[in-house]
Design a binder for this molecule. Structure first.
Ligand code: IPE
Ligand code: IPE
Ligand code: MG
Length: 237
């Protein structure tokens, strides 16, 4: 696979944890715990393939509506992952960012996020974004509000949570649903959308390779014609 066929930025909706657990007669939260392992594997695979940015959807603005014990388990899992993984990420050259409305998270989690972002800010190997309490609509609304404060709403894109980062080239959703579920609405205007029935805890390196292979044969036209796109590709490629 040539370098240009590797997506620079991959965004992932990690769906299907609950069903993974229920299939095994386990509580839903066992699926979330297992899902953390799949995130570790994904970070490793993405790094090996030279992906520049990886954004995973960990908790949506709408997920607060779940049963309180599941919500608190997920928050606790995030806190523990921050405690356990940040040093390793730093050692591996990964830049960590939490993206979303983190203002409502508990003090300890916010402190760990701040520390992790500061510690890893200069790392260049892989930009790893975790979307937590994130919603595409929230992002657009908060950015518009900030731009309106400046008296220039047209500048709202500068205030999006992902300002300064490239738009995702590849979107992956596990778990069988074919929907965006309020993920990166503005940023995914031209993203290639890949859906798999595999449940998130089962999404391993081989599944990731399949998604990359599918991406590699897309023709990204951005509104142009196929002929125009092929004209710009040097014959040697
Ligand atoms: C994704 O798995 C994780 C989160 C949304 C936090 P789900 O918990 O949505 O799993 P299913 O879709 O119920 O199987
Ligand atoms: C999307 O999954 C959000 C995350 C993976 C964090 P959901 O399970 O919340 O999505 P819906 O409700 O099926 O659309
Ligand atoms: Mg789900």
């Amino acid at each position: 696979m040539s370098a240009h066929s590797i997506p620079r930025h991959i965004a992932v909706v990690m769906d299907g944890n609950g069903r993974w657990a229920q299939k095994r007669f386990l509580p839903r939260v066992a699926g979330h715990r297992q899902g953390v392992e799949a995130v570790r594997a994904l970070i490793r695979s993405a790094g090996e393939h030279g992906v520049e940015s990886l954004t995973v959807f960990a908790f949506s603005s709408e997920n607060w509506q779940r049963p309180a014990d599941e919500v608190s388990f997920l928050m606790d899992l995030f806190l523990r992952a921050l405690r356990d993984e940040v040093q390793k990420m730093h050692a591996n050259g990964i830049r960590f960012r939490a993206v979303g409305d983190t203002s409502v998270l508990d003090d300890e989690t916010r402190r760990l996020i701040d520390d992790a972002e500061r510690l890893t800010a200069q790392n260049l190997k892989l930009k790893f974004n975790v979307a937590v309490n994130y919603g595409g609509r929230w992002d657009i609304e908060q950015a518009v509000a900030k731009a309106a404060g400046l008296g220039d709403s047209s500048r709202f894109a500068e205030f999006l949570a992902f300002a300064g980062q490239t738009d995702p080239d590849l979107f992956i959703r596990t778990g069988g649903e074919r929907r965006i579920s309020n993920f990166l609405l503005w940023q995914m205007a031209y993203t290639e959308l890949y859906f798999t029935d595999t449940l998130w805890p089962d999404f391993g390196a081989d599944e990731f390779e399949k998604a990359l292979a599918w991406y590699a044969i897309r023709e990204r036209r951005f509104g142009k014609t196929s002929d125009q796109i092929r004209e710009t590709v040097p014959a040697a490629l």
